[in-house]
Ligand binder design. Structure first.
Ligand code: HSE
Length: 297
């Protein structure tokens, strides 16, 4: 099987998963991208543009690339160049999903797109272990997802331009493994109902930009209260965010980044307030990416 082009450049957006109530099933994509190039080669694997310890077959970009190639019967030898890394690593902004989606998309596109987007999504979800980051990373905008009979399904919603998204990124990492290990194995029925009722209205609230509803539906009782202890000075940061006009504050994915929603831009004011606080928190306003994973020239 021969590629239909010599190489391909792919960009994949950063994502915030969970969004409060949508634990493991909701996520949205930002206009902050990692950019990769994939070039089939005669033999072996070359990965350029990252630390040597990540330049091997365990790299998620290669795992996804080779998974697609094996499925379609294409050769797996490839040179991967990481051209731009704008998404912070291990900060809850979906950096591993960018690698996975890039690898899967690139392999499929290089060999003439024998797989549908749904099949690419399925491979990405299998590698990532959950669909909440890879769905918006692939399809853009705001996605809610589920897994049925081992297969992921996702629905994409529009996001109102009225909503301002400001991520707060600290200088410490929270490992997803640690953030999952602090969660209880059993939950109270009231807490389950609390989250279920909120996630049911979450897409509507994002689509309409209904701030009264957003305040309510982004709240959660299933994960954030348990994870808080893994964060440094999160209460101070939250207080400053609300004082600057945030209407909602949540952990982005498993952290360490937090996300706040507001009716106006609060990035500048928030940075002035938090710059004196420990742990290097930086506020950054991001727009929604409607595109997801795309080929770039
Ligand atoms: N939904 C996942 C979690 C996102 O919160 O653990 C982590 O990538």
């Amino acid at each position: 099987m021969k590629p239909i082009m010599e190489k391909i450049k792919v960009q994949v957006p950063a994502t915030s998963a969970n969004l409060g109530s949508g634990f493991d099933c909701a996520g949205l994509a930002y206009d902050l991208y990692n950019v990769f190039e994939f070039e089939p080669i005669d033999e072996g694997l070359i990965i350029d543009g990252c630390d040597e310890k990540y330049a091997n077959k365990d790299n998620p970009a290669y795992a996804a690339y080779s998974a697609v190639c094996k499925k379609i019967g294409a050769p797996v030898s490839v040179k991967i160049t990481i051209l731009e890394t704008n998404v912070p690593v291990s900060r809850g902004l979906g950096s591993s999903a960018t690698l996975i989606c890039a690898g899967a998309y690139a392999a499929n596109r290089l060999y003439g797109q024998p797989l549908s987007w749904d099949e690419v999504f399925e491979i990405c979800t299998e590698i990532e272990g959950h669909p909440d980051n890879v769905a918006p990373a692939l399809f853009g905008s705001f996605c809610t997802s589920l897994i049925t009979n081992g297969k992921p399904r996702t629905v994409r919603f529009e996001v109102s331009p009225k909503i301002h998204f400001t991520v707060l990124i600290p200088n410490f990492e929270v490992k997803t493994r640690d953030a999952r290990s602090v969660l209880p194995h059993e939950i109270e029925r009231d807490d389950a109902i609390y989250n279920m009722s909120r996630i049911a209205l979450l897409p509507y609230a994002f689509e309409k930009g209904d701030f009264d509803l957003l305040k309510v539906v982004t709240r959660d009782r299933l994960h954030q209260k348990y994870r808080k202890k893994l964060f440094k000075n999160i209460d101070d940061i939250k207080k400053q965010a609300y004082e600057c006009g945030a209407i909602s504050f949540m952990i982005s994915g498993a952290g360490s980044t937090c996300l706040c929603l507001s009716e106006r831009s609060i990035e500048k004011e928030l940075n002035e307030k938090i710059s004196a606080l420990p742990n290097g928190w930086v506020a950054k306003e991001l727009r929604i990416s409607v595109n997801g994973t795309r080929e770039v020239l």
